[in-house]
Ligand binder design. Structure first.
Ligand code: GTQ
Ligand code: FE2
Length: 367
């Protein structure tokens, strides 16, 4: 009965609530097709499933394989105007080869060789970088150089100019997360190139954005208005790590705060609203204590998880994987997810949840 991608054949659509096949019915369906019309009654199972049935499928990408191919790209592919970035995107096996991790989320490994520059541009797509290993690259966001180091989350909200430069003698690879598929499907993509030079080549330890905004619980009095994007350009690992450690320590001391036993988690937030870091993207860090196992959980909207440290087991839908540092797992909308570990596991997660929450399409089911 599902025919979204294939032409309607009346004989194939006979069934509950469907008309009897006939020559007249064939003629009617040809008439629909000639006029670019499609009846609901042949599509309803696909368009209105009882529960979400997204095209994206659960899948895992292994960091060691991604990294080797990124390195090889470094040998063979220049970075500069035109291609703009040496970024290699996860292509979900359910999405026909498009460079989309899910129908809303882009996830890519980006690779920059020693002393290389990725040119300045801006686009309506929101972006972040998450660093699973290495350091030495600064991303310059609206002229503010932001250091990238293991465990850091760096923001590049939509329509802000950004370029990257590797100041070190070693190559560096990191994870890019963007809302490229969402912006593409919604016909809302704009792009502009920026100045030819990345600009400020200083390599400060902390960006100006952090110096103004990244003090716990403290807001500059001169900036009282809510901002659509978090002004904190970099969320540093030392803070994230300490927050997770403290949650688990408080649990051991008998105090509340963890998601569930042995499962600490923090959400990166916009200090001017308390909400998500960017309008379309949610970012979180999760820590499972040794021996912890999460409840099975499903939610509307899709997510990508990256192992930051440790080893564990991930169950998504019908799939099971053992995952280790850098591995990436895609969780489609409404696919149940459970994670366990014997030895302890840190995971970074990003999702499109803010879109669904804003539109009141969000649902969650635990257990
Ligand atoms: O680094 O600016 O993976 O614009 C995709 C698009 C990275 C970036 C991506 C981009 C970038
Ligand atoms: Fe970009």
């Amino acid at each position: 009965m599902t025919s979204l991608s294939s032409p309607v054949s009346p004989s194939a659509s006979a069934g509950p609530g469907q008309p009897e096949p006939s020559a007249e019915l064939d003629a009617l369906y040809r008439g629909f097709s000639d006029e670019l019309l499609v009846p609901l009654w042949t599509e309803i199972g696909e368009l209105m499933p009882r529960t979400p049935s997204p095209a994206a499928r659960p899948h895992v990408w292994r960091w060691d394989r991604l990294f080797r191919l990124a390195e090889r790209s470094g040998d063979l592919v220049p970075v500069g105007r035109g291609g703009e970035r040496r970024a290699i995107a996860l292509a979900n096996p359910g999405l026909g080869g498009a460079p989309f991790a899910t129908s809303t989320l882009w996830a890519a490994i980006q690779y920059l060789k020693p002393r290389e520059d990725a040119p300045v541009h801006r686009h309506t797509q929101n972006a972040f970088r998450f660093v699973v290993e290495g350091e030495g690259v600064w991303t310059v966001v609206d002229g503010d150089p932001v250091a990238m180091r293991r465990g850091d989350l760096l923001l590049t909200p939509g329509w802000h100019f950004h370029g990257h430069h590797n100041q070190s003698d070693r190559p560096m690879a990191w994870l890019d997360g963007l809302d490229i598929p969402f912006v593409h499907h919604m016909g809302s993509a704009f792009f502009e190139t920026g100045p030819d030079q990345v600009g400020d080549r200083s390599a400060p330890d902390r960006s100006r954005a952090e110096r103004l905004w990244a003090h716990p619980g403290l807001r500059p009095v001169a900036r009282p208005d809510p901002l659509p994007n978090s002004p904190i350009a970099a969320y540093r690992w030392e803070h994230t790590d300490a927050a997770l450690d403290d949650q688990l320590a408080l649990e051991r001391e008998g105090h509340p705060g963890v998601v569930e036993p042995g499962h600490a988690a923090v959400r990166f937030s916009n200090p001017t609203t308390g909400g998500d870091v960017m309008p379309t993207l949610r970012a979180e860090m999760h820590r499972l204590a040794p021996g912890a196992r999460t409840a099975a959980r499903r939610e509307v909207g899709s997510a990508v998880w990256q192992v930051f440290d440790g080893t564990g087991q991930v169950h998504v839908g019908e799939r099971d994987w053992t995952v280790t540092r850098g591995d990436l797992v895609v969780v489609p909308s409404w696919a149940p997810l459970a994670i366990g570990t014997d030895s302890g596991l840190d995971l970074f997660r990003f999702s499109d949840s803010p879109i669904f929450e804003r539109l009141h399409l969000d649902r969650v089911q635990v257990g």
